[in-house]
Ligand binder design. Structure first.
Ligand code: DON
Length: 306
C-alpha cells in the first residue's frame, strides 16, 4: 500500500503548479502550493501515509461535516425543518438560490446551509467553538488540535458574503441567533488546523457505521452515518459533485484549504491535501489523487466490491 501511495503522489506532483490557492481569504493565499499529502485510515486499525500527511492545514468546509454531525446527534431529523439535503449545482458561496427559495438552504454543505447548522448549534451549546474543538479532538484522538486564530480573523474581516447569506436567512425567519456570533463560531470551525492523519482518523466513524474506533463511542446510528455519507456523495463537492462521483465515486467533502476527505464504507477513511484549487474551489491535485486511488485501491461505491 505504502509504495502504491507514493507512486500515486509522484504521478500527480506535476499538477501542483496548475491550480491556485484560495485568494479570497488572505491568510490562505500565503500557503505554499507545492505541498501534497495523503493518509488512509483502515478500519482494521492501520494508518497508511505518504507525502505531507502530518502537516496541519486549514480544514475549511470539511468542518461542515463535523457541524452537521453535532447537530444530528442532538436534534436528529428536526434539523431538516430548516434546510434540505438536495444538491445545489451552484458554487459553495452562491446567494442566488437562497433568495428564490425563501431563505431555506439546499443542503448543509453550501455556506448558507452550514450557517443554519451553526445557528442550530449556537442555540444548543454555551460555547459552540469550544464544543466543536473538543468534539473534533475526541473523534481524532488528538488533544492538540486547535483553531488558527489568524485564519479565523482573516475570514471575519472578509465576511461580507457569508454575512449577507445569514442576514438574508434572518429576513426569512430562518436564523435565530445574532449573526455576528454565529459567523464567529463558523469561522472558528473552518479555521481548525488539522493534518491528513487527523482528518482521516476523524472520519473513520463514517466508514464504520457511526462507531468511532479511537474513542470507542457510537457517534451516530448506522442509519444516520449512512445518511451523512449520502449527503457527502451528492453535495460534498458543490457544483463538482457529479464530476467527483464520476471520477472517484465515493462520499467526499472538500475545503478551500485544499483538503478532500473521502469515505469507503466498511473499509477506509481517506484525506488528501494539496492547497492549489481548481475553478470550483476543490483541490486540483487532490481530485486526481483520489481518482487514481479509487481506480487502483479502494474502488467506487458504484462498482462491485473489489
Ligand atoms: O466560508 C467560506 O467561504 C470558507 N470558510 C469555507 C469555504 C470552503 O471551504 C468551500 N469548499 N470548497
Amino acid at each position: 500500500m505504502q509504495d502504491m501511495l507514493q507512486a500515486i503522489l509522484d504521478q500527480v506532483r506535476p499538477l501542483l503548479s496548475q491550480g491556485q490557492v484560495a485568494q479570497y481569504i488572505p491568510a490562505l493565499a500565503e500557503v505554499d502550493p507545492h505541498q501534497l499529502g495523503i493518509a488512509i485510515c483502515s478500519l482494521d486499525g492501520q494508518l497508511h501515509c505518504a507525502g505531507d500527511a502530518r502537516t496541519p492545514f486549514s480544514i475549511q468546509s470539511i468542518s461542515k461535516v463535523f457541524s452537521l454531525v453535532q447537530a444530528i446527534s442532538h436534534s436528529g431529523e428536526e434539523i431538516w425543518t430548516r434546510l434540505g439535503y438536495e444538491p445545489s449545482g451552484q458554487a459553495f458561496n452562491s446567494l442566488v438560490q437562497l433568495e428564490v427559495e425563501k431563505g431555506r438552504p439546499r443542503n448543509p454543505f453550501i455556506n448558507a446551509g452550514a450557517l443554519v447548522i451553526c445557528d442550530i448549534n449556537q442555540s444548543r451549546y454555551a460555547t459552540p467553538a469550544l464544543s466543536m474543538r473538543d468534539f473534533v479532538r475526541h473523534l481524532c484522538g488528538n488533544p492538540r488540535i486547535v483553531s488558527d486564530a489568524v485564519v479565523a480573523e482573516s475570514e471575519y474581516q472578509h465576511r461580507a458574503r457569508n454575512a449577507a447569506m445569514a442576514y438574508l436567512m434572518q429576513a426569512f425567519g430562518n436564523f435565530h441567533n445574532e449573526v455576528d456570533a454565529v459567523l464567529r463560531s463558523y469561522f472558528h470551525h473552518c479555521a481548525l488546523s488539522m493534518s491528513c492523519v487527523d482528518v482521516a482518523r476523524g472520519f473513520a466513524f463514517l466508514a464504520n457505521s457511526g462507531y468511532c474506533p479511537h474513542s470507542g463511542a457510537q457517534i451516530l446510528s448506522p442509519r444516520q452515518a449512512q445518511q451523512v455519507n449520502a449527503i457527502m456523495a451528492t453535495s460534498g463537492l458543490y457544483d463538482e459533485a457529479g464530476n467527483f462521483a464520476y471520477r472517484v465515486g465515493l462520499p467526499g467533502k472538500s475545503g478551500v484549504g485544499g483538503g478532500i476527505v473521502a469515505v469507503v464504507p466498511g473499509r477506509y477513511s481517506i484525506c488528501v491535501w494539496s492547497p492549489a484549487l481548481n475553478a470550483s474551489g476543490n483541490s486540483l491535485a487532490g481530485m486526481r489523487v483520489l481518482e487514481l486511488l479509487s481506480e487502483r485501491i479502494t474502488g467506487s461505491v458504484f462498482s462491485a466490491v473489489p
